[in-house]
Every structure is written in C-alpha cells, then in structure tokens.
Design a protein around this ligand. Structure first.
Ligand SMILES: Cc1cc2nc3c(=O)[nH]c(=O)nc-3n(C[C@H](O)[C@H](O)[C@H](O)COP(=O)(O)OP(=O)(O)OC[C@H]3O[C@@H](n4cnc5c(N)ncnc54)[C@H](O)[C@@H]3O)c2cc1C
Length: 585
C-alpha cells in the first residue's frame, strides 16, 4: 500500500510531536511510531526541562550557554548552544501556554530546582571564576516528561495530524541524495506500507539498549540512526554515550538527578559523602560524567558495597529530606526504589550504580535540523532529524541534565518550521511498489532463516561486552576486544532463526530487526571510541587520561562501509566566545 503525505515524522516522542505541532494545517502530516505515542521514552523523563527563567533567583541565558559549553567538555558547537539556551525561555512559556502543568513556586510562577552542572558566577565581576549551583530546571514533580508528552500529544490531535501507531519503519527512501519517503510495516499483521513524502523527519530517540544496565525503555534501539547509517549517511560523535550516575542497582532504572537537586547525597560504604573529594564546589551536583567516574572509582578502591550477587553499588541518601518533600517532589522515583528494591527511601539510602542513559551523538544536523550529508556541512534535501537521535551538536561530549527535554522542544519546533518552509517549493518524487522490496525480502529471510543462533543470546552478549569494554572507562585493549566481539556477533546474526513464525504481533521479529540496528549503533560507537585517543566528557580513555584540544577538538563522522570497518572523518568544533579551559567543579 502506498500512502502520500507532505511530511512524515518518524517518532512520537517530544521531538517528533513538537515538530508535528509546527506543521501548518494546509499540509498533510503523518507521525509513525513503533509504540503508542504517549508510551515514547520522553514520557519517562523525570527531573525537568531547563531555562534561565529567573523565577527563583537571578539567572541569565548566557550563564546557561557557558554551563552547557563547559558541560560538553568543549565539544558542543557554541553557535548551536547559543540558539538553544536563548530560545529556552520562550520555549518553556510556550509549553505553559499549550497547557503543560508545571509545579509552581510560592508566587505561582513555574518552580525551578537545582540540577547537575547548572551554575552561575559566585561573583558577578568574575563571570568565569568560581561558580555556584543555580535553580534552572522547571519541573512537574518528578514526571516532567510525562506531562510534556501528553501536552504535545493533545496539541497534535488538535492540529489534525494522522498517527500510524505500532508501525515499524524499516527503510529510508532516497533518490540522488534527496529523501522521498520511508517504508514501514504494521506490527499487528506485518503488512508493509510505503510512505511517499516530500519531507521526512527522524525523531526516533536513543540507543541505550546497546548496554546491559540502562535507563532506556526497550524501544531505545537506535533504529533511526541505523537507517540513516545504512543509507550511506554519517553518524556523528557516537563514541560519546552518557552514563547517568544513579540507576537502581542491578536494574538500571533511573533515579532522577532531581533527587540530588532536592538535596540527596551520595555515600560510600563508610557513609562518607565522597563527591566532596572529586568536585569540592558543587559536590553531588557535578555533571554526570564526573559523578559516574567518581562512583566507579569508589567501587574500584574498595569503598563500594558488595551485593549478594557479587556486584557493587554505592548509596543515594534522601532520607534526611523528610517524608513531606519526598512525597511531594520525588514520588515516582522513591516509588521505584520501594517496588523494585524493597527499600524505604524515607528511612534508608537507595542502592545505585551508573546506568547507560543518553546518546550525545547521532544523525548530524545543522540548527534547522537539516541532516548533513558529510563532514563539510552539505545537506540532504528533504531529510530532517531532531531530539536524541540527532546531533546538532548542543551536548558535545557530555549532556547536562534537563537539556534534553529542552533540545526536543527547541529543535523539534525549528525542524517543523524548516520543513514548512521547504514544503512551499518541494515536490513528491516517484515512488512505486518496488520500494517495499528490501523490507519484504528481509522479513522473508527472517522467517526462512533456520540457523542455530538465538536473538536473545546475541543481544545479551552485545550488551554485556559493551558494558565491560565501552562503558564509563575505556582502554585500547578493551575497545579492541569489543571490535572483535562485534565482528563475531555480526557474523552470528546471519545465522539466527525465529522461534515465532506467526504474523500477528510478532515481537520476536521486531526484536530481530532492533538487534540488527543495535549492532550498527555499536559499530559506530566502538570504532569512534577506539580512534579517539583522549578523554573528553563521557569518553574516558584510561590510556589517554587527558583531554587533547590540539588533536581532538573535532567531531567524528562515521560512514558505514559494510564489508569493512567504518570510515571515520572529522569536522572542527564551532567555537564562538568560549575558549577551552580546564573543567573543574
Ligand atoms: C528514564 C529517563 C529519564 C529522563 N529524564 C530526563 C529529564 O528529566 N530531563 C531531560 O532533559 N532529559 C531526560 N531524559 C532524556 C530525554 O527524556 C530523552 O533524551 C528524550 O525524551 C528523547 O526524546 P525523543 O523525542 O528524541 O525520542 P523518544 O521519546 O525516545 O521517542 C522515540 C520515538 O521514535 C519512535 N521510533 C523509534 N524507532 C522507530 C521505528 N523503527 N519505527 C517507528 N517508530 C520508531 C518511538 O516509537 C518513539 O515514538 C531522560 C531519559 C530517560 C531514559
């Protein structure tokens, strides 16, 4: 079946829905999502979305820019960061006007709280000297993403967007460097649908499921990134993957940074507030890369707590905040600790460990969400990307908490605007039934392949190996091991077989395709990490412990080469005002 829409948006998280809201009603707009829209990962975001509103104390968007640049370990493009932080204030007020129910302060204004790495100068006359935490994160208790996603969903319905829920996109259609649509199948019955479009936007989220311990939902398998990579287009900065310091021990389920924003403290086995040693000024509110490394360091040096299964953890203590604050401001996350670990956070500390959380890298775009064809900045006509699957790059080597929800609404809107402009002159390109060939062949292969490899085995081995060799700390030896493992797993993938041969809601078939996508994402990540001989933000090489601005102030662009290793090219970082400095907190 062939459908025609002026614009097709793949992904119904915050980025995709914010873009859809922006498309004028005279254009037809379809949103395709492999899950029912409000089940997208954005709905699980807890802590907040930041903007220098100055509702609680004096702040400025320039402070926000500086923090984001510094937090990115000077890999973020400073022109893009300026665009995002300056637009943040308008974006939050707009969400309020759309109906998003923010928590309020005593004056009835949007409430704001502390979050890691968000600071202001201690002395106005010394803007880049000592900095102290500032309340910049706007929130709705600890379910900010949930209310944001529902608000946006309601607004897209008002805008008469057509939804294709539980449709899985498998192919990107291109002709002479111009995008002309996508191919998807209906998960309910495996029927293949062709979507002809003048413009396509990917808003497909992250790929945290490539790691064993992750905060990401099961759907976070990097499908959009893999599809773009398969089309011969580059992926940018994939070696930068953020580990959030506080995942529930063994499970990885997130305990939002809001817990520390509200005054929660990290402790080792001796009850010591160990962050005082690593980040004396901001302590538990240091950026995530630093806190995650500090936790692993405590564990390595024997100050972690050994669990019954032989794995280690440290403690997050919120008990001193009192039941009232916990119940009002952190109800969800303390509920998780009760349900999944049987811990009562009002009385005892929560066992935590770092959890794979966020992809800083992704599909390269400019500030108008146009996808880049190469490291020179040429663009692909008709193809856009926004949200976690994209790399603008505003987060550089390490994202600050609450900057992602902001990224979704700022760049989702900009992408929607750019598409609306493009649609004024864009035309449909020819698409016929043959466009479905690749997807049909792949599905047939999955049904007929009768090798002896199980999808779940390959996935588990990939996730364990990534954790061990490409996690918080990396070395040449570990990355080399990971490359060998990945090549082995790619070969074994050709030998899989499905146990479930039915055509109705065949989730095993979906998982098989997602596994292939995870392998692609892992490839770009690992090869980029192997090549980058420095430590910057979330990419921490024990064999190259220093940041190397002379050789590595540049973005990695990985191009898939199918039968050999990916080709890596590089693009310089855009520096406007802020020259790299040592990153201390
Ligand atoms: C537990 C958790 C808490 C977080 N808390 C915060 C926070 O407090 N503040 C903050 O700023 N950030 C937070 N983040 C990060 C932030 O929430 C995410 O980066 C962001 O929500 C991603 O949004 P997105 O729109 O890019 O994609 P998502 O919300 O992940 O949505 C992806 C969409 O793409 C669709 N899709 C994917 N592949 C396909 C396919 N093949 N076919 C069809 N559809 C497809 C999915 O169905 C889905 O609709 C958190 C993340 C997690 C995991």
């Amino acid at each position: 079946m062939i459908h025609s829409y002026d614009v097709v948006i793949v992904g119904a998280g915050g980025a995709g829905l914010r873009a859809a809201v922006e498309i004028p009603k005279e254009y037809s707009c379809a949103v395709i999502s492999k899950v029912f829209p409000p089940r997208s990962h954005t709905g699980t975001a807890q802590g907040g979305v930041c903007a220098a509103l100055s509702n609680m104390e004096e702040d400025s968007w320039e402070n926000h820019v500086f923090d984001t640049v510094k937090g990115s370990d000077y890999l973020g493009d400073q022109d893009s960061i300026e665009v995002m932080c300056k637009d943040a204030i308008r974006a939050i007020i707009e969400l309020e006007h759309m109906g998003m129910p923010f928590s309020r302060n005593e004056e009835g204004k949007i409430a704001q709280r502390y979050f890691g790495g968000h600071t202001k100068p201690a002395d106005q006359n010394d803007p880049y000297g000592k900095r102290i935490p500032v309340k910049r994160s706007c929130y709705s208790a600890d379910r900010t993403g949930h209310v944001m996603l529902h608000t946006l969903f309601e607004n897209t319905i008002k805008n008469q967007v057509t939804f294709f829920s539980e449709y899985f996109v498998t192919d990107l259609l291109m002709e002479n460097g111009v995008c002309k649509g996508v191919v998807a199948f209906d998960i309910a019955n495996l029927e293949v649908h062709i979507f002809k479009a003048k413009a396509v936007m990917f808003a497909t989220g992250g790929y945290g499921r490539v790691f064993r311990i992750t905060s990401n939902a099961h759907v976070g398998t990097g499908d959009g990134m893999a599809l773009v990579y398969n089309a011969g287009l580059p992926l940018e900065d994939m070696e930068f993957f953020q580990f959030h310091p506080t995942g529930l021990w063994k499970l990885g389920i997130l305990v939002s940074e809001a817990a520390r924003g509200e005054g929660g403290i990290l402790k080792n086995k001796d009850g010591e507030r160990f962050m005082a040693r690593y980040a004396p000024t901001v302590m538990d509110l240091a950026p995530r890369d630093m806190v995650s490394r500090s936790i692993i360091n405590e564990i390595r040096e024997g100050r972690g707590i050994r669990g019954s299964d032989g794995t280690d953890y440290v403690l997050l203590d919120v008990s001193h905040l009192g039941k009232e604050v916990i119940d009002e401001k952190l109800p969800e996350i303390t509920g998780f600790a009760r349900t999944y670990l049987g811990v009562e956070p009002t009385k005892e500390p929560i066992p935590i460990q770092p959890t794979a959380h966020y992809a800083m890298g992704g599909i390269p775009t400019n500030v108008n969400c146009e996808v880049l064809l190469n490291e020179k900045g040429d663009i692909v006509k008709g193809l856009y990307a926004a949200g976690e699957c994209a790399c603008v790059s505003v987060h550089g080597a390490n994202r600050l908490g609450t900057n992602s929800l902001l990224d979704l609404v700022v760049f989702g809107r900009r992408g929607g605007k750019a598409i609306s402009e493009y649609l004024k002159t864009a035309k449909f390109l020819e698409v016929d039934e043959s466009a479905a060939k690749k997807t049909n062949e792949f599905i047939s292969w999955l049904f007929s392949s009768n090798g002896n490899e199980k999808i779940s085995d390959i996935r588990t081995e990939l996730q364990n190996a990534m954790m061990e060799n490409c996690g918080v700390f990396r070395t040449e030896e570990g990355l080399k091991k990971m490359i060998d493992k990945l090549e082995e797993l790619k070969k074994r993938y050709r030998n899989i077989s499905l146990q479930d041969k039915s055509k109705v809601f065949n989730t095993e078939l979906v998982e098989a395709i997602e596994l292939e996508n995870l392998l692609k994402n892992a490839e770009a990540t690992v090869y980029g990490a192997y090549q980058r001989q420095e430590s910057r933000g979330a990419h921490s090489r024990e064999d190259f412990p220093k940041r190397d601005d002379n050789s590595w102030m540049k973005h990695t662009f990985a191009f898939q080469k199918f039968e050999s290793s990916p080709e890596l090219k590089y693009k310089p970082v855009v520096v406007t005002k802020y020259q790299p400095m040592e990153r201390k907190y």
